[in-house]
Ligand binder design. Structure first.
Ligand SMILES: NC(=O)c1ccc[n+]([C@@H]2O[C@H](COP(=O)([O-])OP(=O)(O)OC[C@H]3O[C@@H](n4cnc5c(N)ncnc54)[C@H](OP(=O)(O)O)[C@@H]3O)[C@@H](O)[C@H]2O)c1
Length: 244
């Protein structure tokens, strides 16, 4: 029987970083096919021999289960990247002080940034090969580091990413029991020029901002260089470990 196709899956592939990551993976000979998962089809993303798209909302388990079934018919994912996330939106603005805390907004950020990626893991990690290396990487944020929090503010986003970090660390331990060559990590992409960060660029010098393409290239290099001992770790786009 022919070997199973080597798949890379990018969740949130219509976003700034997700799209850049997906495009770079298409050029990577390590993968036979790149699968984009998102609520809306990424612009100009064709279905051809190297690319597929399946609709998935990370908060809708039915859609994740259907996507998992469609992916399993194509092969086995050896890289799964969760590039979805939210910082602001309708009714959602990063808090400047505790006076702005609001249960609904907090719950929405926790759902998208922490619960959703865990549900992606629940449905897609079982598709990874048992006897070959694989990597699950979720995009977190340095502001989710508790040890690195010297500024305060952005309470819900920070806390949702800290929760994501704990969830991925926990998944990493569990996943290793059945996938001795499988790893799960959280990554900080840098400050990247996307819709998510655009309203907060004031005051950040240009040389401290990355294009989605540059960040994606750096993140993929970090992923390629990770070893088995890095399972459950939290790393920045420049490969430096970040304190929890
Ligand atoms: N940009 C930065 O400076 C920066 C810094 C640190 C960390 N990060 C993290 O990097 C990741 C990617 O961010 P980005 O900058 O690329 O932001 P982005 O361009 O806004 O992309 C985020 C994507 O997440 C998707 N998404 C949100 N809720 C979803 C859901 N329920 N189901 C499926 N997809 C959903 C969005 O889809 P829709 O377009 O359909 O809403 C959007 O495509 C995020 O986790 C973010 O927190 C970014």
């Amino acid at each position: 029987m022919a070997d199973a196709a080597r798949l890379a899956v990018v969740v949130g592939a219509a976003g700034g970083l997700g799209r850049a990551l997906a495009e770079r993976l298409v050029l990577d000979a390590a993968y036979d096919r790149v699968i984009a998962l998102s609520r809306r089809r990424p612009q100009d993303w064709p279905d051809d021999a190297r690319r597929s798209w399946f609709e998935a909302d990370i908060l809708d388990e039915g859609s994740l289960a259907a996507a998992a079934q469609a992916i399993s018919a194509l092969g086995a994912p050896t890289r799964i990247i969760v590039a979805s996330g939210r910082l602001h939106g309708e009714g959602l603005l990063p808090e400047k002080s505790m006076r702005a805390l609001n249960a609904e907004a907090m719950s929405a950020l926790f759902a998208i940034n922490a619960v959703g990626p865990s549900l992606v893991a629940k449905h897609l990690l079982p598709l990874t090969p048992r006897d070959a290396p694989s990597l699950f990487a979720a995009l977190s944020a340095r502001v989710g580091s508790i040890g690195d929090n010297h500024l305060g503010g952005w309470h819900s986003y920070r806390a949702s990413k800290a929760a994501l970090n704990m969830l991925v660390r926990t998944l990493a331990i569990e996943h290793r029991r059945t996938r001795p060559l499988g790893s799960c990590v959280v990554l900080h992409p840098g400050t990247v020029d996307t819709a998510l960060s655009a309203p907060f660029h004031t005051g950040i010098p240009m040389d401290q901002r990355l294009s989605p393409n540059r960040s994606a290239a750096a993140l993929l290099s970090v992923m390629d260089a990770l070893g088995l001992d890095d399972n459950g770790g939290f790393f920045a786009w420049d490969a430096a470990p970040i304190p929890w």
